[in-house]
Write a protein that binds this ligand. Structure first.
Ligand SMILES: Nc1ncnc2c1ncn2[C@@H]1O[C@H](COP(=O)(O)OP(=O)(O)OP(=O)(O)O)[C@@H](O)[C@H]1O
Length: 645
C-alpha cells in the first residue's frame, strides 16, 4: 500500500522540528548525537561563552598581525572623532557671531568668515580621516579573511575521509563563507567602532555636561534608550537571521537534491510532492523575512521618536534659558548639532554589539574547524616511501567506521602481493571490498593490524609519497570541468602529449576522443560534454595510468564498460601490470578471473582464496557465483520461477 503523502502542515512542522524528510547525508542534525563535532554546523546552536570569548581574543591577536594598518585605522579614528566633536562647537560660535553681526561690523564679518572656513576645513578633514579609517579597517578585515580562507581550505583538504563522510559539503562551504564573513567584520564593525563610539559619546557627554549639566543630560537622554533598542533589535535580528539561514540552507538542499535527482523525480512523477517540499521550506523563509522587517520597522520608529522627543526637550528648556539670557543661541545650536551628529552612531550601536556576537559565534565555529585533529596525517619526522621490490603486505588488518559501534567492515585480512601480481577481490555488496582498498592509500587508518610496502609501515611514511605509490581508479569517476587532456593529465600537469595519448589508448579512450570535434581540447565535467558512464570510467582509468604507481587499484571501475572493451584494456595493460601490484575489485568475474589470486570476501572476512581454477575446484561461494554468472539467463529465471511456486 502506498504511504500517504505528508500534507503541507506536516512539512512545515517537520521543518520546524528538524525532521524534514531528506536523505541522511543532507540532514543537518544527522549523526549529531554520536559526534559532538557535528554540532559545530548547527547554526542556531548556542556557543559556549568561554569559547566565544577566546575566539574574540584569538581574532584580536590575529588582527594585530597587521600592525601598520591597525595603527593607521586607530589614529585616523582619533582624528576623525576630534574633527567631529569640533563641528558643533564651531557651529555654535558661528551662530553667535552671526547674531553679533547686527551692525555692519567688518571685524565680526571677518571672524564669521574665518569660522566658516575652519568649519569647512574641519569637515573635509573629518571626511578624509573617516575615509582612511574605513579603508584601513576594512583592508585589515579582508587580509585576515584571506589568510583564514586559505587556512580553512587547507584544513578541509587534510581532514580525514571519516570527517567528510559525516559532514555535508554545504555546511563546510557555509563555514568557509558566512563564518569567515562574521570574523572579517570584527575589526571594522566591532573594534574600531568601539573606539569611535567610546570617544565620541564619552568626550561629547563630558563637553555638554560641563557646559550645562541639565541641558547636557537632556541632550543625551535619548542615548541609553536608542542604544538599548538598537542592541536588542540587532541581537533579535541575528537570532532570526540564523534560523533564516538554516531555512535557506534547507531550501538550497531541496533544490540541490532536485537538480541532482531530476531524472528520478520525473521518472516517479513526483514533481508535485517535490514542489510541496520546496513550498514549505520557502513559506518558512518568507514568514521569517516578514518578522525581520517588522522587528526593524518597530525599533527604528521607537528610536526616532526618542531622538525627536529629546530634541524637543532640549529646544524647550534651552529656549527658555536663551530667553532668560543664561546661555547664548550659539550654545543651544551646539547642543542640537551635537545631538544630530551623535544620532546615527548611537542608532548603529546595535551593529557593534551584533558584530561582537557574530564574531564570537562565527569565530568559535571557524576555529573549531581549524583546530580539528587531522586523524590521518604525517607522523613527525615521517620519511618518503621508498619503493624497491614493490611488495604489498597486509597483516591481520581490521577496520571499523567511526560511529559503527565497533562493528568491523574489514576483519583480519592478510595478503602479500609482489610486483607483477594481480589480485582479484570479489564478494557480495557491502562485504568490505571498497573499505579494504581504501585502507591501502590511508583514506582511513586500519583499526588494527598493519599494511606495509617493501617493509615500510604505511603509517610511518609521508602521505604524499604513499598516494603517489598507491593509485585508485574510483567507483565514481569524477571529472573536473576542463578539457579531456587536462583531466587525464591531472596527476602530472607537465606530461607530454605523447604520454597522454598513450595512456588514453591503453584505456581504450583515444579513438572516441579523436571522434570529438575538439578532440582532447573538448571540455567535460558538469557543464561540458556529457560522457557516458563507460567513457567516464575509461577517462578515469587513463588519468590513473599517468601516475606510474607501485600499487594500482581498480575499485569496481570497469562495471560500466562492456566486456569486449574491458578485455582490450586488460590486454593493453599487460605490460603495465608487470611492473606493479594490481588489485581488481569487481562483481563481474570476467573482470578478475585472470588474476594470479582471488580473495572472496564476506562480511569483511576472506572466506575463500586461490586462483580461478582452485576456487572452482573448491566448490564454495566463488563457484556458486561463477555458476550464477555463467549460466544462460533463461536458466536462472526458470530457477527463480520454480522457487517462487
Ligand atoms: N563511509 C562509511 N561510513 C560508515 N560505514 C560505511 C561507509 N562506507 C561503507 N560502510 C559500510 O561498510 C560496509 C562495507 O562497505 P563497502 O563499501 O566496503 O562494501 P563493498 O563490498 O565495497 O560493497 P559494494 O560491492 O556494494 O561496493 C557496509 O556495511 C557499508 O554499509
Amino acid at each position: 500500500m502506498r504511504a500517504a503523502r505528508p500534507n503541507r502542515g506536516c512539512l512545515v512542522r517537520a521543518l520546524q522540528d528538524g525532521t524534514f524528510p531528506m536523505t541522511q547525508t543532507t540532514d543537518v542534525t544527522a549523526g549529531e548525537a554520536g559526534d559532538p563535532s557535528q554540532r559545530l554546523f548547527r547554526r542556531t546552536a548556542g556557543t559556549d561563552p568561554g569559547q566565544g570569548f577566546s575566539a574574540l581574543v584569538r581574532i584580536t591577536r590575529m588582527t594585530l598581525g597587521y600592525p601598520g594598518r591597525v595603527a593607521v585605522a586607530l589614529v585616523s579614528t582619533l582624528f576623525a572623532v576630534a574633527a567631529q566633536l569640533s563641528i558643533p562647537v564651531l557651529f555654535g560660535r558661528a551662530v553667535d557671531e552671526t547674531l553679533i553681526l547686527a551692525g555692519d561690523d567688518a571685524a565680526g564679518r571677518a571672524s564669521l568668515v574665518a569660522i566658516a572656513l575652519t568649519l569647512f576645513a574641519v569637515s573635509v578633514a573629518r571626511g578624509l580621516f573617516t575615509m582612511a579609517q574605513n579603508y584601513t579597517a576594512e583592508s585589515v578585515g579582508h587580509a585576515l579573511a584571506h589568510d583564514l580562507r586559505l587556512a580553512v581550505y587547507d584544513k578541509i583538504q587534510r581532514l580525514p575521509f571519516s570527517f567528510h563522510d559525516r559532514t555535508h559539503s554545504g555546511d563546510l562551504i557555509t563555514v568557509g563563507m558566512l563564518d569567515l564573513e562574521g570574523v572579517r567584520m570584527y575589526f571594522s564593525t566591532a573594534l574600531v567602532r568601539t573606539v569611535l563610539l567610546t570617544l565620541l559619546i564619552g568626550i561629547g557627554a563630558w563637553m555638554l555636561i560641563t557646559t550645562d549639566p541639565l541641558l547636557g543630560l537632556l541632550a543625551l537622554s535619548f542615548v541609553p534608550f536608542a542604544a538599548w533598542r538598537s542592541s536588542a533589535m540587532q541581537l533579535t535580528l541575528r537570532r532570526t537571521w540564523l534560523v533564516l539561514q538554516e531555512r535557506l540552507a534547507i531550501l538550497s538542499r531541496v533544490m540541490e537534491e532536485n537538480l541532482a535527482g531530476i531524472r528520478v523525480v520525473r521518472a516517479f512523477a513526483s514533481s508535485r510532492h517535490e514542489l510541496g517540499k520546496f513550498d514549505a521550506a520557502s513559506a518558512e523563509a518568507l514568514a521569517l523575512s516578514h518578522d525581520r522587517v517588522s522587528i526593524r520597522v518597530k525599533n527604528t520608529s521607537a528610536m526616532t521618536l526618542a531622538f525627536f522627543a529629546a530634541m524637543g526637550l532640549v529646544l524647550w528648556v534651552g529656549g527658555r534659558q536663551v530667553a532668560a539670557g543664561e546661555i547664548t543661541v550659539g550654545t543651544l545650536a551646539t547642543f542640537l548639532t551635537f545631538m544630530t551628529i551623535l544620532q546615527m552612531p548611537v542608532r548603529q550601536l546595535g551593529l557593534m554589539v551584533n558584530a561582537y556576537a557574530r564574531a564570537s559565534t562565527c569565530g568559535a565555529r571557524l576555529f573549531a574547524l581549524l583546530d580539528m585533529p587531522v586523524e590521518v596525517d604525517d607522523k613527525p619526522g615521517a620519511r618518503d616511501l621508498e619503493v624497491t621490490e614493490g611488495t604489498l603486505r597486509l597483516d591481520n588488518v581490521s577496520f571499523a567506521y567511526a560511529g559503527s559501534d565497533g562493528r568491523t567492515a574489514v576483519t583480519d585480512v592478510s595478503l602479500t602481493a609482489r610486483r607483477g601480481e594481480t589480485i582479484g577481490i570479489v564478494g557480495p555488496p557491502g562485504s568490505g571490498k571498497t573499505t579494504l582498498m581504501h585502507l591501502i592509500p590511508r583514506y582511513y587508518d586500519a583499526t588494527s593490524g598493519s599494511i606495509s610496502i617493501d617493509g615500510q609501515d604505511i603509517r610511518d611514511v609521508t602521505l604524499s609519497s604513499l598516494r603517489h605509490a598507491v593509485a585508485v581508479v574510483q567507483q565514481d569517476s569524477f571529472l573536473f570541468t576542463t578539457t579531456i587532456e587536462n583531466n587525464i593529465a591531472y596527476g602530472d600537469p607537465y606530461a607530454r602529449d605523447r604520454r597522454i595519448r598513450g595512456v588514453s589508448e591503453s584505456a581504450q579512450l583515444h579513438d572516441y576522443v579523436l571522434g570529438l570535434p575538439r578532440g582532447y581540447e573538448t571540455v567535460v565535467g558538469e557543464r561540458g560534454v556529457s560522457l557516458s558512464g563507460g567513457q567516464r570510467q575509461r577517462l578515469s582509468i587513463a588519468r590513473t595510468l599517468m601516475l606510474e604507481p607501485a600499487v594500482l587499484i581498480f575499485d569496481d571501475s570497469t562495471a560500466a564498460i562492456d566486456a569486449g572493451t574491458e578485455s582490450r584494456i586488460r590486454s593493453a595493460l599487460r605490460g603495465y601490470a608487470a611492473d606493479r601490484v594490481t588489485l581488481i575489485v569487481a562483481h563481474r568475474l570476467n573482470s578478475l578471473m585472470h588474476a594470479d589470486r582471488i580473495l572472496f570476501l564476506e562480511e569483511g572476512r576472506v572466506v575463500e582464496q586461490g586462483t580461478h581454477e582452485e576456487l572452482l575446484a573448491l566448490g564454495g561461494r566463488y563457484k556458486a557465483l561463477h555458476d550464477l554468472q555463467m549460466r544462460p539467463e533463461g536458466d536462472v529465471l526458470d530457477e527463480m520461477e520454480e522457487a517462487a511456486t
